[in-house]
Design a protein around this ligand. Structure first.
Ligand code: GUN
Length: 281
């Protein structure tokens, strides 16, 4: 079997087009503030892309680039100003932050209704208890790709590889909400490949280049690769060994062009959701 390649780039473009159409009918432009502390090159690329895509869908982009030695207090003060700014409906603080700043303290300072990353405990608590809230962008993008590929996910066995707060944990919660049977495997799980090989859906989010091999995947399974890594030759690659896994999977996301473009599209979707919620109050 040769897997269907899930075209995240095209699906993300479609989603952004839909968002742009809805935004063009609004009286005021939704505003998204993105805060970057320091000069991490990967973060600089993400932030630049976010600003470009925000403008492309007709939203207003506010960029705050702060020096690496910015204090936690100063950063929290900026977040509080953005909380109180009526032109801003979405706030994103790019992670990772420099070591002297507590990420938790900064995330908890963001008003939950403007937390378009869905990282605030109010939003993660809502997700965990099945209430409506803002949902982390990458897992949300993965769910959209899965539903477009498989239709109803009800009753499917999903294995999530990795347990981070940004991807693994919210991914598991979203799959449960879709009525999947969910297993999370991680670095302390014995024989994770045996568990993964039973899954209808595999979501790989571990941050290790080409870690998931053919033996981890049941023939015909749908494989979602969240990883963005550089291999020993500095070539971009995912957490899944695409060459071997695509021989047996039913469907698979490529890297690049799979989950990545969906994350930014979902950030814009969350910003529009946050705007509509704030305008209806
Ligand atoms: N760093 C890596 N992924 C993310 C993300 O989804 N949001 C933020 N704020 N930072 C990140």
């Amino acid at each position: 079997m040769t897997a269907i390649i899930i075209d995240g780039k095209a699906i993300a473009e479609g989603l952004r087009k839909q968002i742009a159409e809805e935004v063009s009918g609004l009286k005021n432009k939704p505003g998204l503030a993105v805060v970057l502390v320091g000069e991490d090159p990967a973060s600089q690329v993400y932030v630049r892309n976010k600003a470009k895509m925000t403008a492309e869908v007709g939203m207003q982009s506010f960029e705050h680039i702060l020096p690496v030695d910015t204090s936690e207090r100063a950063l929290i003060r900026l977040v509080e100003q953005l909380n109180n700014n009526p032109a801003v409906q979405g706030i994103l603080v790019q992670l990772p932050l420099p070591k002297h700043i507590s990420e938790n303290a900064v995330i908890e300072a963001i008003a939950p209704e403007k937390d378009v990353d869905g990282f605030h405990v109010v939003n993660s608590g809502k997700l965990a208890t099945g209430q409506e809230g803002l949902v982390p962008c990458t897992p949300l993008g993965c769910i959209i790709l899965l539903k477009q590929t498989l239709g109803d996910l009800s009753g499917k066995h999903a294995v999530v590889i990795g347990r981070s707060n940004i991807v693994g944990k919210p991914m598991a919660a979203l799959l449960l909400k879709e009525n999947c049977t969910v297993t999370v495997v991680h670095s302390k799980t014995p024989n994770p490949e045996k568990i993964s090989a039973q899954a209808d859906i595999v979501v790989a989010a571990i941050g290790k280049p080409r870690f998931v091999k053919k033996e981890w995947v049941k023939p015909g399974a749908c494989v979602i690769d969240v990883g963005i890594n550089r291999d020993e030759n500095n070539k971009l690659c995912g957490d899944v060994d695409f060459a071997s896994v695509s021989e047996i999977a039913g469907a698979i996301t490529p890297v690049p062009g799979g989950v990545g473009p969906m994350t930014i599209a979902c950030l814009l979707k969350n910003t529009l959701t946050a705007y509509k919620q704030q305008m209806s109050k």
